[in-house]
Ligand binder design. Structure first.
Ligand SMILES: *Cc1c(COP(=O)(O)O)cnc(C)c1O
Length: 378
C-alpha cells in the first residue's frame, strides 16, 4: 500500500490569525509599529524579561541590526560555528567582517566553548553562539570568555524561541538575541523576526537604525517635534499585518511548544533501542537546557547511511533534509571567512545527520513509518 506523502514541515495555524489581521485592517494602520507590533514586542519583553524587543522582518534583519549597532568594520573578526545558516556570517560580511569558523561540540552540535579562547585575536569583536535545534550553547562559559576579552555576544536564537538555559530564555543572555518567525520555525509569521536588545547601551540607537536612520520613533513618542536623518540605518520593521499574524501565534506559544515536544518525545522513544544498541545517535540535551522541539535529527553511522536513508525517504514520499553544508567549505565561506583549526567535528556530524519531519499533526503511525525506514536502511 502506498502511504500518503509526509511533508518535512507544515505551518501550524492557531485560528486567531485572520481575526487579528481583520482588526489591523479595520484599524487602518498597515505600516509598521502600530498596535499589533507593540503587543508583540510587549509579549516578547515579558516572556524574556528584557526591556527591549524590536520586531524585524526576519532574523537575518535582526542580525544585521546588531552588526550595525556594534559598528563592525572591515577586518573585524567574528567567532561563530561553521555549522549554521548563511545569515549568521552574512550579516557581518556585509560590513566587511571576517567570519572565523570554530568547531562544534560532539553532543549538542553547538559552538565548542572550549575552543573559543584560542581563536581570539586582537581583531576579534564578537562571539555568535547559534542555539542549534533550540538547544542552548554553554552560555555561562561563552559569556565569561567574552567578558574577559571585552567581546560582545550576539545570540543567533533563530531556532531558540521558547527554549531556556538555566531557566533563562535563549536570546536574553547575550548583548543581543535574534529570533526568527520564518514559516519553518516554531512560532511563525511567514517571514519575521525580532531583535532583543539586552544591553541597554544600544536601545536608543536600535530604534534609529531600524527606522531608516531617523528619529521617527522619538517623534511618535512625542519626544521631538521634527523628524530628521540622524544615523545610518535601513528599514527593518515589518508591517502590521505580519505583526497581527504573529500575535496570534505568540499567544499560543506555550501550547505550540508543548505539542511539538510531544512529537519530539515520540521520536525519542521510538529510536531508543537503536541508540542503546549503538546503531544511531539521538539528540543529547544537557541538563541545563530546556529545548523547544524545533528539530528532531538522528546521527547515522556514516555518510553512506545518510544517503541511503535520504533516498529511502524520497522513494516513500517523505520529505527530509540534512543540515548544514558546513559554511567553511562553501564558496562564500572560503572567500569571506576562515577556519580556525580543524573543523573535523563539523564535517563529521553534518555528513551523518538526517533531520526528520516534525510538525503539529504528524501522527504516531507516520512517525512509526519514518522510524521503520531508518531502521531498515542502517
Ligand atoms: C532560520 C535561521 C536564520 C534566518 O532566519 P530568517 O528569519 O529566515 O532570516 C538565521 N540563523 C539560523 C540559525 C536559522 O535557523
Amino acid at each position: 500500500m502506498q502511504e500518503s506523502p509526509i511533508p518535512f514541515h507544515k505551518p501550524y495555524i492557531t485560528g486567531k490569525e485572520l481575526a487579528y489581521i481583520n482588526q489591523a485592517i479595520a484599524h487602518g494602520k498597515l505600516s509598521g509599529d502600530g498596535p499589533f507590533t507593540k503587543s508583540c514586542q510587549t509579549w516578547l519583553e515579558k516572556s524574556t524579561q528584557q526591556s527591549k524587543a524590536l520586531l524585524t522582518h526576519s532574523c537575518t534583519a535582526a542580525l544585521e541590526m546588531a552588526v550595525l549597532l556594534l559598528n563592525i568594520q572591515p577586518g573585524d573578526e567574528i567567532i561563530l560555528p561553521s555549522f549554521t545558516f548563511v545569515s549568521t556570517p552574512n550579516a557581518f560580511v556585509l560590513r566587511g567582517g571576517i567570519p572565523v569558523f570554530v568547531d562544534i561540540r560532539e553532543d549538542t552540535l553547538n559552538l565548542d566553548e572550549t575552543l573559543i579562547e584560542d581563536a581570539i585575536t586582537p581583531r576579534t569583536k564578537v562571539i555568535v553562539p547559534v542555539h542549534y535545534a533550540g538547544v542552548s550553547c554553554e552560555m555561562d562559559t561563552i559569556m565569561s570568555v567574552a567578558r574577559a576579552h571585552g567581546l560582545k555576544v550576539i545570540e543567533d536564537a533563530a531556532q531558540g524561541v521558547m527554549a531556556t538555559y538555566k531557566g533563562k530564555p535563549l536570546g536574553s543572555l547575550g548583548d543581543f538575541g535574534a529570533y526568527s518567525f520564518h514559516e519553518t520555525k516554531n512560532i511563525i509569521s511567514g517571514e519575521g523576526g525580532a531583535l532583543l536588545v539586552n544591553n541597554p547601551d544600544f536601545t536608543l540607537r536600535a530604534n534609529v537604525l531600524r527606522e531608516k536612520g531617523t528619529d521617527r520613533s522619538r517623534l511618535f513618542r512625542g519626544e521631538t517635534d521634527k523628524y530628521t536623518w540622524e544615523d545610518i540605518g535601513s528599514s527593518y520593521l515589518p508591517g502590521e499585518l505580519i505583526a497581527a499574524f504573529l500575535l496570534a501565534q505568540l499567544e499560543e506559544a506555550q501550547e505550540i511548544t508543548r505539542q511539538r515536544r510531544l512529537v519530539w518525545e515520540r521520536y525519542h522513544a521510538l529510536f531508543e533501542s537503536l541508540d542503546s544498541k549503538g546503531i544511531l545517535r539521538r539528540p543529547i540535551i544537557p541538563k541545563d537546557c530546556n529545548h523547544n522541539a524545533h528539530i528532531y535529527y538522528v546521527l547515522l553511522p556514516t555518510k553512506e547511511h545518510q544517503e541511503k536513508v535520504l533516498n529511502a525517504f524520497k522513494e516513500n514520499n517523505i520529505s527530509s533534509a540534512f543540515h548544514y553544508v558546513p559554511l567553511h567549505s562553501s564558496p562564500a565561506g572560503q572567500h569571506y571567512g576562515r577556519a580556525h583549526g580543524s573543523l573535523a567535528m563539523t564535517d563529521y556530524q553534518s555528513s551523518r545527520l538526517v533531520r526528520l519531519p516534525l510538525w503539529i499533526g504528524l501522527t504516531e503511525q507516520q512517525q512509526q513509518q519514518i522510524v521503520d525506514i531508518v531502521s531498515k536502511e542502517i
